[in-house]
Design a protein around this ligand. Structure first.
Ligand code: UT7
Length: 329
C-alpha cells in the first residue's frame, strides 16, 4: 500500500475524426479491412492545426481537477508525459502551467514514449511519499499527427491525438495507487524512433527534412510487436507478484492501446478473459503516452470500474520503456 490516492481523472479528444476510409481517400494504399484486422483501429482523432500539446493537456487537466474538486492553485507539481511537446524548450509542462495559471507549481516533462503516463505516476508517487509535493497533476498529451508521414502506410494508420490527466495526493484507502514499476532498455532505442529535431539533426536542414528524419519511424514493427507482448506480460506478472495477488484477481487491464491482437495474445497467455481489457483503440488509435490515461478516465466515467476493483495499467513504448501501475478503485 502506498497511501497515495487518485483524486480525479480527465481526458480530452479533438473533435476531428479521421476514419480508415478517410485515409484511403487521402490516397493511402490500404483498406479498412487490413487496418482493422491487423490493429483493431477504425478511426483516430486529429488536433486542429492551431492546437498544440499543452492545449489538449489543458482540457484534460481542467476535467481532472474538476473531478478532484481542486483548482490549479492547489497543485504543486505538474508532470507532462509527451513525445510531442509544443517546443523543445521550454517544456510542454511549462506552457501548460501558464495556461492553467498555476505558477506556484514546479513543472517538467517526461519522455518515455507510450509508457509516459505510468512514468509520470511513478514520479508523482515518489514526490508525494517524500513530502516534496502534496498534490500532483500528471498529464499525458500527444499530437502524434504532426509527426506522421501520411504516405507511410505502416505507421500513419496507427496513431492519433489526445490527452489524459490524473490528480494525485496522500489519501484514504479508496482509489489507491498500490504500486508502479518501470523498466527501460536504451540499447533498443532504434526500434521506435523520432530521429529528427534533437542534437543529432540540429540545425534542421533541407537534407534532414528530405530524408524524412522528422517523421516517426518504426523499424521492425513486427519485432516490436513480439517484444511488446513479452513486456506487457512480464509487467502484469510483476504488478501481481509485488502486491501478492494472482493475475486472475485483477478486474481490469487498461493497457497502452497499441494493437488489439497483442491483447488477444496476452489474454490467452495469461488465461485472462479478453473482456477484462478496456480498449479504446478502435475509436482513437494509439495516442502514445495518452492512450492509457484517456482509457482509464473513460472507464471511470462510464462506470465500468466499480468500487474496490483492481486495475492494472501495463505499458510498453519506444526507448524501449515498459512497466505497470496497479490501482485499487
Ligand atoms: O506504441 C508502441 C507499441 N507499438 C508497437 O510496438 C507496434 C507493434 N507493431 C504492430 O502493431 C504491427 O506490427 C503493425 C500493425 C505495425 C503491422 O502489422 P503486421 O501484421 O506486423 O504487418 P507487417 O508489417 O508484417 O506487414 C505485412 C504486410 C506487408 O506486405 P508484404 O511485405 O507482406 O507484401 C506490408 O507492406 O502488410 C503490408 N502493410 C499494409 N497493407 C495494407 C503494411 N501496412 C499496411 C497497410 N495497409 N496500412
Amino acid at each position: 500500500m502506498s497511501g497515495i490516492k487518485i483524486l480525479g481523472t480527465g481526458s480530452y479528444l479533438p473533435e476531428k475524426v479521421l476514419t480508415n476510409f478517410d485515409l484511403i481517400e487521402m490516397g493511402l494504399d490500404t483498406s479498412d479491412e487490413w487496418i482493422y484486422q491487423r490493429t483493431g483501429i477504425k478511426e483516430r482523432r486529429v488536433a486542429e492545426p492551431d492546437k498544440v500539446t499543452s492545449d489538449l493537456g489543458y482540457e484534460a487537466s481542467v476535467r481532472a481537477l474538476e473531478m478532484a474538486g481542486l483548482s490549479p492553485k492547489d497543485i504543486d507539481l505538474i508532470i507532462v508525459a509527451t513525445i510531442t511537446p509544443d517546443t523543445c524548450c521550454p517544456s510542454a509542462a511549462n506552457w501548460l502551467q501558464a495556461k492553467l495559471d498555476a505558477l506556484q507549481a514546479v513543472t517538467f516533462d517526461v519522455t518515455a514514449a507510450c509508457s509516459g503516463f505510468v512514468f509520470g505516476l511513478n514520479i508523482a508517487e515518489q514526490y508525494i511519499k517524500t513530502g516534496a509535493s502534496e498534490r500532483v497533476l500528471v498529464v499525458a498529451s500527444e499530437v502524434m499527427s504532426r509527426t506522421l508521414n501520411w504516405k507511410d502506410r505502416s505507421t500513419c494508420i496507427l496513431w492519433g491525438d489526445g490527452a489524459g490527466a490524473a490528480v494525485l495526493s496522500m489519501g484514504d484507502d479508496s482509489h489507491e495507487l498500490l504500486s508502479t514499476h518501470l523498466h527501460t532498455d536504451g540499447s533498443r532505442g532504434q526500434d521506435l524512433l523520432l530521429p529528427g529535431g534533437g542534437s543529432k539533426t540540429t540545425p534542421i536542414s533541407h537534407e534532414s527534412v528530405d530524408k524524412g528524419l522528422h517523421y516517426l519511424n518504426m523499424i521492425g514493427a513486427n519485432f516490436s510487436f513480439k517484444v511488446a507482448v513479452r513486456h506487457f506480460i512480464e509487467s502484469i506478472r510483476e504488478a501481481a507478484r509485488h502486491n501478492d495477488i494472482d493475475v486472475e484477481d485483477i478486474d481490469w487491464f487498461i493497457p497502452h492501446q497499441a494493437n488489439v491482437r497483442m491483447f488477444q495474445f496476452i489474454a490467452e497467455a495469461l488465461k485472462i478473459p479478453f473482456e477484462k481489457f478496456y480498449l479504446t483503440l478502435e475509436r482513437y488509435g494509439n495516442i502514445s503516452s495518452a492512450s492509457c490515461a484517456i482509457s482509464l478516465d473513460e472507464a471511470i466515467r462510464d462506470n465500468s470500474i466499480k468500487p474496490d476493483d483492481l486495475i492494472c495499467i501495463p505499458v510498453f513504448g519506444g526507448g524501449l520503456t515498459w512497466g505497470s501501475a496497479l490501482i485499487r478503485w
